[in-house]
Ligand binder design. Structure first.
Ligand code: ADP
Ligand code: MG
Ligand code: ZN
Length: 616
């Protein structure tokens, strides 16, 4: 707990620019932040759905700072609370946390601080909130308002229901005069309604922000040789933090090992590892000590790291919600970041198999439909952003988003009508009873035992595809399946049979196109940064080293000290006085006081040893 920082810059609520700059070092609000802050300051309830990285914390931290009393923040992840408190304190807020890891002596200290009115923010876990006597205890305090983070946890329709959150519906009854502000990144309109109802919010100020993440670059490509594709991709992202998602634990481990073999600093993470190992891996990532995490989707919830520069899916995710959430972990700081998805036929087969094993009939149907929409997304012939936002019911009115592979003209397609007819013909002639591998063998005229046994070397389609190699035919088979021209009836036995649409191709009534194998550009692709413009890589590297040293000494993750965005700003403008440093995005009064001298010295030193470089 840190409470030494006196409130020396309290201001009138009408001018929010000043505390925004002095406290956080930001020079403008992100969309909706200001009206939420104002709604809370006016004493009303609020409910905001804003994407990850949208800047929800500021929406309650700023009013918590301005208002008298303490803001009680309910947040579900204990692993995150410490970072949240550290980050708040680094900006000069007075914050503490009460959860199951708090020791009795810490508790005594916090109680005293609360009684003395010395805290702006008190983070509590829902379990703690729910514990006996807690409400009675905080009733004696002067509470400014309640902030409920990850509010979707109260919804049984949401994907992350926590029974302890239900207790939060007592707040409005037990604390009638006190405003409640709730936040989440994931809520369909239906879940939103449920949250508002369950919390009993009173005419809340409602915000539903756009789900667009302009700084993310989206790329979708067929899987060809995943190992090579990943290594190529990482070459464009040297020294940058990122996550590679894979579906199975086995693949997670194999990929991590492969990358380590190539000299890449990667660690594996999945639910099968011991708790300790997982905590260590997560810590190493937070501290920038490990560059790449290869993980199942078990990884990410407890990570607030703002400088994740890329998220790669090495397999098709099972639904678009998941894909959106996972990619959303990239670029929270608003700086450019890249999301790449590699998918192949094998993924569709495997995921269909998983989905078909769901016992409950309704749930199975939902899983199948969600998978189909994910497949459609991967095959979508247009802007990725439009497709993604469309899924969430949002229109994206711009013609060219400027940061996806499609809009940047990197997606090439080729006509595949004749190859598709050849492959479909082989599918039909073998009675829809064989897998893609065998069909490929027939087309390429392979001399396998199975082919001889089945007499498939006598088929008219045998060897009609020798002009192309096996990997080409596999891509054709993938495209047929993904475009719904073939289907797999029983995922347990992935045999391909023709569909109605497929017949149209065979009858020459429609054409088929498929995606060309797009090479992943070596340089690494970026979304549009909010603060565009080049910066000195040399100085950025130096400043990042300094940040790592300071983080280690202070036992906090590096991004709590300064975000990548802040360091980029410094490496762009070469500030040489405290006042100029204050102008950098993310440098507030407190950080200037604590870190200013060290960073100014590092910049000065860099300039003197690189005199040819100055403002870029
Ligand atoms: P969320 O909780 O919505 O996912 P956070 O509150 O963690 O997002 O904020 C994400 C990042 O955006 C943080 O690094 C934060 O410092 C930064 N940020 C928030 N508001 C602004 C702003 N107005 N200008 C610049 N950066 C901001
Ligand atoms: Mg948050
Ligand atoms: Zn686009």
């Amino acid at each position: 707990m840190k409470t030494e920082n006196a409130k020396d810059i309290r201001i009138e609520p009408q001018s929010l620019q000043q505390p925004l700059a002095e406290l956080f070092g930001f020079h403008s609000f992100r969309p909706h932040q200001e009206d939420i802050v104002r709604a809370v300051l006016a004493g009303g309830d609020a409910f905001a759905v804003m994407p990850t990285g949208g800047g929800k914390s500021l929406c309650y931290q700023l009013p918590a700072y301005i208002m008298d009393g303490v803001c009680v923040v309910v947040s579900p992840l204990i692993s995150l609370m410490k970072d949240q408190v550290d980050a708040a304190c680094a900006n000069g807020l007075r914050a503490a946390t009460l959860n199951s890891t708090t020791t009795p002596s810490e508790r005594t200290e916090i109680s005293a601080a609360l009684r003395g009115g010395e805290l702006d923010l008190l983070y509590v876990s829902p379990e703690r909130f729910n514990s006996e006597g807690f409400c009675d205890w905080i009733k004696r305090l002067h509470i400014s308002f309640f902030a409920i983070d990850e509010a979707h946890c109260i919804s049984e329709w949401g994907h992350d229901f926590r029974p302890d959150y239900l207790a939060l519906s007592r707040i409005v009854d037990e604390f009638p005069g006190i405003p409640v502000a709730a936040f989440t990144a994931t809520a369909t309109p239906r879940v939103s309604e449920e949250i508002v109802l369950r919390l009993g919010l009173r005419k809340p100020h409602l915000v539903r922000a756009s789900f667009n993440r302009p700084n993310l670059f989206y790329r979708v490509a067929p899987k060809d040789n995943l190992d090579r594709q990943l290594v190529d991709f990482l070459r464009g992202h040297e020294d940058e933090s990122g996550i590679i998602y894979r579906t199975t634990r086995k693949n997670v481990e194999a990929t991590a090992e492969m990358l380590c073999g190539k000299g890449i600093n990667a660690l594996a993470y999945h639910a099968g590892l011991p708790d300790e190992t997982r905590a260590e891996v997560q810590d190493a990532f937070r501290r920038d000590e490990c560059q790449v995490i290869v993980a199942t989707i078990a990884f990410g919830m407890g990570i607030d790291k703002s400088n994740v520069r890329f998220v790669v899916h090495g397999d098709l995710p099972k639904n678009i919600e998941g894909y959106y959430q996972e990619t959303g972990r990239a670029g929270r700081d608003g700086e450019a970041a890249e999301c790449a998805l590699f998918f192949g036929r094998q993924d569709i087969v495997q995921l269909s198999r998983f989905a078909s094993c769901v016992e409950d009939e309704n749930a199975r149907e939902v899983a199948m439909q969600q998978l189909q929409r994910m497949i459609n997304f991967s095959q979508h012939d247009g802007c990725r952003r439009v497709a993604l936002l469309g899924y969430f019911g949002e229109e994206f009115p711009v013609e060219n988003c400027g940061s996806c592979d499609f809009c940047m003209g990197e997606v090439e397609r080729e006509d595949a009508t004749v190859p598709a007819q050849k492959a479909l013909s082989a599918v039909v002639r073998t009675g829809g009873r064989f897998g893609a591998g065998h069909i490929t063998d027939i087309l390429t005229g392979a001399n396998t035992e199975r082919i001889r046994q089945q007499g498939h070397d006598q088929l008219p389609t045998y060897g009609v595809g020798t002009d192309k190699d096996k990997s080409y035919w596999r891509r054709v088979m993938d495209s047929l399946l993904a475009q719904g021209l073939t289907r797999i009836q029983d995922p347990q036995y992935p045999t391909h049979s023709i569909t109605e649409e497929g017949w149209k191709v065979l009858r020459g009534e429609r054409e088929v196109e498929m995606l060309k194998q797009a090479p992943v550009s070596k340089k690494g692709r970026r979304g549009k940064a909010s603060a565009d413009g080049p910066y000195s890589i040399g100085l950025f590297t130096k400043l990042r080293e300094l940040r790592t040293d300071l983080a280690r000494a202070g036992h906090v993750p590096p991004y709590v000290i300064f975000s990548d965005r802040t360091l980029h700003d410094m490496a762009r403008h070469f500030p040489d006085t405290p006042d100029k440093l204050l102008e950098m995005n993310g440098v507030g009064k407190r950080k200037l006081a604590v870190y200013g001298t060290r960073f100014l010295a590092a910049i000065k030193e860099y300039i003197s040893s690189n005199p040819h470089e100055s403002c870029v």
